[in-house]
Design a protein around this ligand. Structure first.
Ligand code: GTP
Ligand code: MG
Length: 433
C-alpha cells in the first residue's frame, strides 16, 4: 500500500457510518465537532503537500474499479437451471428483454454471453450443456475458451454425475476455481413435504442433501473438494445462496470482489448492508478525487469540488441499489405491480431528478449544517470540500440503502386482491421479511 493510502485509511473511525451512530438532534454541537476533526485530520494528512498527486492516484483507482471485468461461466447439464440462474443473478425473469431463454425443452446449445444491465463489465456465460455420453472435459474447456473466466459454476439439478466431476477436475487442473450449485431445491423440498407430510423438516432435508453431496465428492477429489451450494433461482435469499456469495467474495481478488458484490440483486436486508459497507469504504476516495482534481469553486460557498464526479458517483449508486428507473421498472414487472407503487416508498429523489444542480443544493445544505459561518472563511477550501462531500455521500448512501430495502419489501408484499389474475408463479413468491 502506498503511504498516502495508508494515511487516508488511518483517518479517524468517524468516517464509518458517521451519521448512523450519532443523534445529531441531541447535541447540536456534535456535527460541528466531528466535521472539524475530519477537517483537521485531512489537513494534517497533506500538511507536507502531495494532495494533487494523491487525488489523481485515487481517481485512477476509481477508474480501475469501474473498468474491472468479471466473467462468470455457468455450465452443467441440459435443463439443470443454468439460464434461470443467470436471469436471477441479473434480476430478470425469462420474459424480460435480453433475458436468457428458459424452457422445459433443450434451449442453450451454444455459448451465450449475458451482460449485466447495470454493470456491463460483469458478464455471465451460459455455456453449452455437458450431458452427452461422449463428453470430453478437456476439449469442452478448450471449445468454451476456459481462460476467459474468473470462475465456473457447475449447475446440477439432481445428483452430480461423472461428467460434472470430470469437468470440475479438468477446471482445477487449469488452475481455475469451480463451485457446484444444486438448483431447484424449492421443488425438492415441496416433493419431500408431499411424501412425508407428518415428519417433514426442511432443515433436515437440506442437511441430508449437503452431506450426501459432500460424501459423494470426497470420494472423487483428493485435494481441493469443490463446495456444493443448494439454491433456488426463485428465492435467492433462501437456502445456500447467501453462503455462495460469501464464498465467492472471499475467493475473488479485491476489485473483482467489489464488481461481483455491486452487481448482485438486492436479495436480503443483510445483503443491502453488505453492499453499503463495500461502497462506504470508497467514499473517501471519491471525496478526495473531487476536492483534488478539476475542483471548481461553487459560487457563494467557501469550497471547490468536481460536482460532475460527485453527481456521476451518486447516479451510479442508484444502479448499485437497483433504484434507477430501469431496475425499478424490471422489479415492478417481476412483482406485477405498478412501478409507481415502488417509487412511492422511496424517500430519496428519483434517479432522473439527479443533476449537478441538485448536488450543489445538497452541498449547500451540508455546508450550513457542518461549519459555523464565522469559522469557515478561514479554512482551506479543499479540506472543507472533502469533509462536506464525504458527509453528503455517506448520508446519501445510508438513505439509498434504506430506500432499497423499502422497495424490496414493497415488491414482495402480496398484491391487492383483484389487481391481476392469480398465476402459478404466485405460489412461489417468497415471504416478506
Ligand atoms: N422450481 C424450480 N425450477 C427451476 C429452477 N431453475 C430452473 N427451473 C426450471 O427448470 C427448467 C429448465 O430451466 P433452464 O434455466 O432453461 O435450464 P437450462 O440449464 O438453461 O436448460 P438448457 O438451456 O436446455 O440446457 C425450466 O422449466 C425452469 O423454470 C429453480 O431453482 N426452481
Ligand atoms: Mg439454458
Amino acid at each position: 500500500m502506498n503511504s498516502y493510502a495508508e494515511k487516508l485509511s488511518s483517518l479517524p473511525e468517524i468516517f464509518q457510518g458517521i451519521l448512523k451512530n450519532i443523534d445529531v438532534n441531541l447535541d447540536p454541537k456534535t456535527p460541528f465537532n466531528i466535521a472539524n476533526k475530519i477537517y483537521e485530520s485531512f489537513m494534517e494528512l497533506f500538511s507536507d503537500g502531495g494532495m494533487k498527486e494523491a487525488a489523481s492516484e485515487v481517481k485512477k483507482e476509481l477508474e480501475e474499479m469501474e473498468n474491472t471485468e468479471l466473467h462468470i461461466a455457468i455450465t452443467g447439464e441440459t435443463g439443470s437451471g443454468k439460464s434461470s440462474l443467470i436471469n436471477a443473478l441479473r434480476s430478470k425473469n425469462a420474459e424480460d428483454d435480453g433475458a436468457a431463454p428458459v424452457g422445459v425443452k433443450e434451449t442453450t446449445v451454444d455459448s451465450n454471453v449475458y451482460t449485466h444491465s447495470n454493470y456491463p463489465k460483469v458478464k455471465f456465460w451460459d455455456l453449452p450443456g455437458i450431458g452427452s455420453p461422449d463428453f470430453s472435459p478437456d476439449s469442452y474447456l478448450q471449445k468454451v475458451d476456459f481462460q476467459r473466466y474468473d470462475f465456473f459454476i457447475i449447475v446440477g439439478s439432481e445428483r452430480f454425475r461423472s461428467n460434472h466431476i470430470d469437468l470440475a477436475q479438468a477446471i482445477q487442473k487449469m488452475e481455475k476455481k469451480c463451485y457446484f450449485v444444486r438448483t431447484k431445491v424449492d421443488s425438492d423440498l415441496s416433493n419431500m413435504e408431499r411424501s412425508y407430510p407428518n415428519t417433514f423438516n426442511a432443515e433436515e432435508v437440506l442437511e441430508m442433501m449437503r452431506n450426501d453431496f459432500k460424501k459423494q465428492l470426497e470420494k472423487c477429489f483428493r485435494n481441493t473438494i469443490p463446495q456444493v451450494f443448494l439454491i433456488s433461482s426463485w428465492d435467492l435469499d433462501m437456502y445456500d445462496f447467501p453462503r455462495l456469495v460469501e464464498t465467492l467474495e472471499k475467493d475473488l481478488p479485491s476489485l473483482k470482489r467489489l464488481a461481483f458484490l455491486l452487481s448482485l440483486p438486492m436479495f436480503s436486508p443483510e445483503f443491502t448492508e453488505k453492499k453499503k459497507s463495500a461502497l462506504k469504504s470508497h467514499l473517501r476516495k471519491i471525496s478526495l478525487a473531487s476536492a483534488g482534481i478539476n475542483a471548481i469553486p461553487i459560487p457563494g460557498l467557501p469550497l471547490a469540488c468536481d460536482v460532475a464526479l460527485l453527481c456521476g458517483s451518486m447516479v451510479a449508486f442508484y444502479k448499485m441499489f437497483e433504484l434507477d428507473d430501469g431496475s425499478l421498472a424490471r422489479r415492478a414487472r417481476l412483482a406485477r405491480k405498478p412501478v409507481e407503487e415502488l417509487k412511492a416508498v422511496m424517500k430519496s429523489p428519483q434517479e432522473k431528478e439527479f443533476t449537478n444542480d441538485l448536488v450543489i443544493k445538497l452541498i449547500t445544505n451540508y455546508e450550513k449544517e457542518l461549519f459555523r459561518p464565522s469559522l469557515v472563511r478561514s479554512l482551506v477550501a479543499a479540506g472543507v470540500s472533502f469533509v462536506i462531500t464525504y458527509w453528503m455521500l455517506s448520508s446519501f448512501l445510508d438513505n439509498l440503502a434504506e430506500d432499497a430495502d423499502r422497495v424490496r419489501k414493497k415488491a414482495l408484499e402480496p398484491r391487492a386482491p383483484g389487481r391481476a389474475p392469480r398465476q402459478a408463479q404466485d405460489l412461489m413468491q417468497p415471504k416478506v421479511k
